[in-house]
Design a protein around this ligand. Structure first.
Ligand code: SF4
Length: 290
């Protein structure tokens, strides 16, 4: 029976980013109605980690808004990672804190972070259409730096921002070249305050791209359905597993609500799959040399 890996996200520093990524509700340039805060109390991060483990998550991602890792971010994320590790919940810790250097990633690793997430978002060619304040190349180099510091990569993108099929294929080929542990697939959901105006991808189209992602990424990486999975797949979410997905975000996203955790688990089990255990997660990572 196939196991589906669940991963939870904790938004530990939200909003007020100076960058202009046209898909991101956390950019200060757009009038999105989101909660903005500079940090979340460590105890709350720990409580959310306990809830994530209870909901079946094997990964827990500490996300901060902003272009790059600052000294302050590094200290804060390191403290949060140590606090979560001290709970012995058997969670892989992922950090997602913008661009960074090999030295910064080595520091995160020393403090218990296992994987780094910095999505390329789209192809190098299409990137200037979605962001003008920084370049795609620095995202690419950040992944190189994280990998060279010994962190596993969680590397994906957003599908449905107006990019062409060729852009999607190029994005997937670049992701494949990094041999990531996991590749999140986000499906763009327009927010009235954001400049990118695109309809939600149809379910058939989303399934086609999950199949294509599996074909290009090969058998090893987890393909993780993330933001927008509820809207893009609706009640056909489990068909995405047949198409090649084997991981999903459980719980809420950074600024939007996800489907109820218990309902997601029930749907996975009801469709004849099981939720991966921490032991299976460790084995999968070991098989990938992590
Ligand atoms: S750099 Fe990150 S947080 Fe800032 S606007 Fe872009 S995606 Fe959002």
């Amino acid at each position: 029976m196939e196991s589906i890996f669940l991963c939870a996200i904790s938004n530990i520093a939200s909003g007020s980013c100076n960058e202009d990524c046209g898909f991101c509700a956390q950019s200060a340039r757009y009038q999105t109605k989101i909660e903005r805060f500079r940090s979340k109390p460590i105890e709350r991060i720990q409580n959310e980690a306990k809830a994530a483990a209870k909901a079946g998550a094997v990964g827990y991602c500490l996300v901060t808004a902003g272009r790059s890792i600052t000294d302050e971010t590094l200290e804060y994320v390191s403290k949060a990672a140590r606090a979560v590790k001290s709970l012995d919940l058997d969670l892989k810790i992922i950090a997602c804190n913008g661009t960074g250097t090999k030295e910064q990633f080595a520091e995160l690793k020393k403090n218990g972070v296992n994987l780094y997430n910095h999505n390329l978002e789209t192809s190098e060619r299409f990137f200037p259409n979605i962001c003008t304040t920084h370049g795609w190349r620095e995202r690419y180099e950040t992944n190189e730096a994280a990998a060279s510091a010994g962190l596993g990569l969680v590397l994906g993108g957003i599908y449905g921002m107006g990019e062409s099929d060729d852009d999607r294929v190029d994005l997937l080929k670049t992701i494949a070249s990094f041999k990531p542990m996991s590749s999140p697939m986000n499906f763009y959901i327009a927010n009235p305050a954001l400049p990118i105006k695109q309809p939600v991808m149809s379910t058939d189209e989303a399934l086609k791209w999950v199949r294509k992602a599996r074909e290009i990424l090969g058998a090893q990486p987890r393909i993780m359905l993330a933001g927008g999975k509820e809207q893009a797949f609706g009640d056909r979410l489990m068909e995405a597993i047949e198409a090649g997905a084997n991981a999903m975000v459980v719980g809420n996203y950074l600024t939007t609500e996800g489907m109820d955790s218990a309902k997601l688990k029930d749907a996975i089990i009801g469709a004849g799959y099981k939720v991966a255990t921490p032991a299976e997660c460790k084995a999968a990572f070991a098989a990938m040399g992590a």
